[in-house]
Design a protein around this ligand. Structure first.
Ligand SMILES: *Cc1c(COP(=O)(O)O)cnc(C)c1O
Length: 375
């Protein structure tokens, strides 16, 4: 027997000695792409607000108007009395943007994955997921009780091999991948995966958390189930799933994180609507984050960026933290990402480029990174 206090202290000591302790640091006073941390103004390359919409006057006004009309909370789940009228508009907007028949909005991207996957697969079914999919997808798979097998990152060949060997032993099969990978910024071979799914009678689900609004929605829109979040380029909060109408009709009653969780506050839904309208009409704004990432990879002599996310793989966890601190001293916020968020020995700086970054800032960042020597 161990007291809770002893248990917590033991765990914290373990994380300190392995260099993996996580602590919360305050980030205040956002102003454009700048944040204030430790009383210092830093140019951030670690925000997922790729289009700068979180501070857009249109989103703020929509949120304030919704608070004034409906109040601060939704007061119940959507199936009870929380289904305020803004939801319908948001679902129409997101379905149209994703070129999909229907959509359902959920509490967050994490809650979406946690709810959708167990609604689609259970014991006796097979889930085949890319090795690098987000933690919320893995949690959803575990909760489903289905058999989970992983394929090599972005390898259609490896996916095919797993299905060839194992598909026959299971009832239904769900293949899950991301559109844009959150820690690597690369893009899944969705057309190839769709072809494999056809051969093996499988369904395809994609997570578009980092693609919506900033990467072309071509192949991605063909997936049977498309989920994503309003918390990144959309600059607001909430999750969604798009699919054929019959599938959405079924999911409404089957997603437990929808049935048993309170609806989103009206203000949040209103901001998302305002943001999707901007995304729909301002193509120039939506193209800017990738253009900025491409400028950076060109200046650094790296492979061309495929999305606004560019990883600088350092490998060693301490070296990644050293680089983070070095850049912080030079006025940049680029947070190091370490295992277990990324695989062992692939600690990295994850750069997220935004429409708010200026070309001159990107050149300064590239120079700062080039001047770093591992101590
Ligand atoms: C951020 C993220 C989520 C979770 O979305 P939230 O709305 O922040 O809960 C899910 N999947 C991926 C790939 C993500 O990057």
């Amino acid at each position: 027997m161990q007291s809770l206090l002893d248990f917590a202290q033991m765990k914290t000591e373990e994380s300190i000695s392995s260099g993996r302790r996580r602590i919360l640091k305050q980030c205040i006073d956002r102003e454009g792409p700048y944040v204030v941390r430790n009383k210092k103004k830093l140019l951030s390359f670690s925000c997922n607000d790729y289009l700068g919409l979180a501070q857009h006057p249109g989103l703020k006004e929509a949120a304030i108007a919704a608070v004034n009309e409906w109040g601060s909370g939704a007061c119940a789940s959507r199936l009870v009395t929380g289904n305020h009228s803004l939801y319908e508009e948001l679902e129409k907007e997101i379905a149209s943007l994703k070129n999909s028949e229907a959509a359902i909005v959920l509490g967050s991207g994490y809650l979406a994955n946690l709810g959708i996957i167990p609604a689609l697969a259970s014991k006796g079914d097979l889930i085949v997921a890319d090795r690098l999919v987000h933690s919320s997808i893995i949690s959803g798979c575990i909760l489903s009780g289905a058999k989970l097998l992983r394929f090599g990152h972005n390898s259609a060949l490896s996916c095919n091999e797993i299905l060839r060997k194992h598909r026959k032993n299971y009832r239904n099969c769900l293949i899950i991948t991301e559109h844009v990978f959150s820690m690597d910024g690369d893009i899944a071979p969705i057309t190839d995966i769709m072809a494999i799914a056809k051969d093996y009678d499988a369904w395809v689900m994609t997570d578009d958390a980092h693609g919506l609004g900033v990467c072309a929605q071509g192949e991605e829109n063909n997936a049977d189930i498309q989920m994503g979040t309003f918390s990144k380029a959309v600059g607001s909060y909430g999750g969604y799933v798009c699919a054929k109408k019959e599938v959405i009709d079924y999911l409404i009653g089957a997603i437990k994180t929808l049935v048993y969780s309170t609806a989103l506050p009206p203000a949040v839904v209103a901001s998302s609507i305002a943001a999707l309208k901007i995304i729909k009409h301002d193509k120039k704004l939506c193209a800017k984050p990738l253009q900025n990432a491409l400028l950076f990879t060109k200046l650094m002599g790296l492979d061309y960026a495929k999305s606004p996310i560019v990883p600088l793989i350092v490998g060693d966890e301490k070296a990644a933290l050293q680089l983070e601190n070095y850049l912080e001293n030079k006025g940049f916020l680029v947070v190091a990402i370490r295992p277990p968020t990324v695989p062992p020995k692939t600690a990295r700086l994850r750069l997220a480029f935004s429409a708010l970054h200026h070309e001159g800032d990107i050149a300064k960042l590239a120079d700062a990174i080039k001047s770093f020597k591992i101590a």
